[in-house]
Design a binder for this molecule. Structure first.
Ligand SMILES: Cc1cc2nc3c(=O)[nH]c(=O)nc-3n(C[C@H](O)[C@H](O)[C@H](O)COP(=O)(O)O)c2cc1C
Length: 394
C-alpha cells in the first residue's frame, strides 16, 4: 500500500507538499535542508505560511463569474498571472542547469524569472534560453567592480529589471546548514557522513554533480574559480558581501542602470517610505523566506501597513510562504500587485525539471481561477481587503 501511494506521488504530484516530498527523496539531505530551512529557530519561515493560512476568504455567491481575468502587469511587463519566480542561489545544484529550466518554464507560462547573483548558470546562458526578458538580482560585493561587471552583463543579456536584495548585509544563522557542515568546521566522522549522504543519492550524483558542466557560480567566475562552489558558505558570504551598503548607494546604482530598480527585502513601512523617496520603481516585501532575521514579522502581516504608506505611489510585490493561488489572492487583497515564489519552484525543478515548474505555476493559475469565482470576483486587478474576513482581527 505504501509503495502504491509512493508511485502515485511520483506519477501525479499535485501540490506544493507533493513536490516538496519528491524533492526530499531525490536530493542529498544537506541540499534539501539548505532549501527547506530558515534562520535561527525558523519561526518567521513558518509564520510566513501560517499567517497566510490564518487569513480567511469570504465566500460570495450568485455573481456572474463566467469570465475571469488573471492577467496583470508588473512594471509594465505582462504577467499571465500575478506571479514571478524568485531569485534562488545555488538552484543549479538541484537539477541540471536548473535556472535555465525555470526560466523556460516561466516563459511557457507567461511570467518572469529572476536570476540570482549566486546562480549556477550565468545570466547569458539563462537569458539566451528564453525570449522573455529575465530580471537580475544583485548582491553587492565588497569589491564594487563585481557589481559593475554584473550590471554590464545583465544589461548586455537584455535584462529589464535589476532587483537589489537589501536584507543580506550578513548571512542569517542557518543551523540546519551548520549541522550539515555547509558552514565548515566538520569533524572527520561528520565529513564521512556528508559524503555518504551524497553517495546514497546516485541519481543526483549522475544527473547533477557529474551530469554536465562543472557546478560553479556562472555570474561570479572571477570571484569563485571554475568548478568550485564555496564549502563554507557563511564565511564566504561574510568575507565577500558588502555590509556597508546604504540608501546613498542607490545613486551609484542608478548611474549604472537605466532600467527598473526593485528593492527586495523591505519589511518596515519606514523603509518602504525611504525606498519611494529614493526613487526606486518597486519594492518586494520579503523576509528572504525566513532565512535572515528570525522573529521578524511574516510578510502577510507586514504587507498591509506598507501598502497603506506607499501603495498609491509604487508597485508592491510580496514573497514568503506563497504556496497556492489562494495565497496569491490573499496577498493581492492585502495590497500586493503580484507575488514571488522561491521554494515551490526549486522543489518542482528538483522533482520534475522544467515540466515540474510549469506544473506548479499552472496549479497556481488553476487555484486562482477557482478562488476568484468562489469569492465572487472576475479580475485579479480588482482584489482588495473586502475579499477577506475582517483583517483587523488578523
Ligand atoms: C534556497 C534559497 C536560496 C535563496 N537565494 C536567494 C538569492 O540568491 N537572492 C535573493 O534575493 N533571495 C534568495 N532567496 C530568497 C527568495 O528569493 C525568496 O525571497 C524566498 O524564497 C521566498 O519565500 P518562499 O521560499 O517561502 O517562497 C533564496 C531562498 C531560498 C529558499
Amino acid at each position: 500500500m505504501f509503495r502504491l501511494a509512493d508511485r502515485t506521488l511520483e506519477l501525479a504530484p499535485a501540490t506544493f507538499t507533493d513536490y516538496r516530498e519528491l524533492a526530499r527523496r531525490r536530493l542529498p539531505r544537506q541540499l534539501f535542508d539548505y532549501v527547506d530551512g530558515g534562520a535561527f529557530a525558523e519561526n518567521s519561515m513558518r509564520a510566513n505560511e501560517a499567517d497566510l493560512h490564518g487569513l480567511k476568504l469570504r465566500q460570495r455567491v450568485l455573481r456572474d463569474v463566467s469570465s475571469r481575468i488573471l492577467e496583470t502587469t508588473v512594471l509594465g511587463e505582462t504577467m499571465s498571472i500575478p506571479l514571478l519566480l524568485a531569485p534562488v542561489g545555488f538552484a543549479g545544484m538541484f537539477a541540471p542547469r536548473a535556472e535555465v529550466l525555470a526560466a523556460r518554464a516561466a516563459q511557457r507560462s507567461g511570467i518572469t524569472f529572476c536570476e540570482s547573483t549566486l546562480s549556477i548558470c550565468g545570466i547569458e546562458e539563462v537569458a539566451s534560453a528564453t525570449s522573455r526578458a529575465v530580471w537580475f538580482q544583485l548582491y553587492v560585493m565588497k569589491d564594487r567592480r563585481f557589481a559593475e561587471d554584473l550590471i554590464e552583463r545583465a544589461k548586455a543579456a537584455g535584462c529589464s529589471t535589476l532587483v537589489l536584495t537589501i536584507d543580506l548585509p550578513v548571512p542569517g544563522r542557518r543551523f540546519r546548514d551548520t549541522r550539515n557542515g555547509l558552514n565548515g568546521g566538520l569533524a572527520a566522522t561528520r565529513r564521512y557522513r556528508r559524503r555518504f549522504d551524497i553517495a546514497s543519492h546516485p541519481r543526483w550524483v549522475r544527473q547533477v554533480a557529474l551530469g554536465g558542466k562543472p557546478l560553479t557560480f556562472g555570474n561570479l567566475e572571477t570571484a569563485v574559480p571554475a568548478g568550485k562552489v564555496p564549502q563554507d558558505f557563511q564565511h564566504w558570504v561574510t568575507s565577500q558581501f558588502d555590509p556597508s551598503v546604504t540608501w546613498r548607494d542607490l545613486e551609484w546604482l542608478r548611474s549604472l542602470w537605466d532600467g527598473n530598480i526593485v528593492l527586495k527585502g523591505i519589511l518596515d513601512p519606514e523603509d518602504a517610505r525611504e525606498a519611494v523617496t529614493n526613487g526606486v520603481d518597486a519594492i518586494i516585501v520579503s523576509n528572504h523566506g525566513g532565512r535572515q532575521l528570525d522573529d521578524v514579522t511574516s510578510t502577510a502581516r507586514a504587507l498591509p501597513a506598507i501598502a497603506d504608506v506607499v501603495g498609491d505611489e509604487i508597485e508592491i510585490l510580496m514573497d514568503g510562504g506563497v504556496r497556492s493561488g489562494l495565497d496569491v489572492v490573499k496577498a493581492l487583497s492585502l495590497g500586493a500587485r503580484a507575488c514571488l515564489i522561491g521554494r515551490p519552484w526549486v522543489y518542482a525543478v528538483a522533482a520534475r525539471g522544467e515540466q515540474g515548474v510549469v506544473d506548479v505555476i499552472e496549479s497556481i493559475r488553476a487555484d486562482l481561477m477557482v478562488a476568484l469565482a468562489l469569492t465572487g470576483h472576475t479580475d485579479v486587478n480588482d482584489l482588495d481587503a473586502s475579499v477577506l474576513e475582517d483583517i483587523s482581527r488578523f
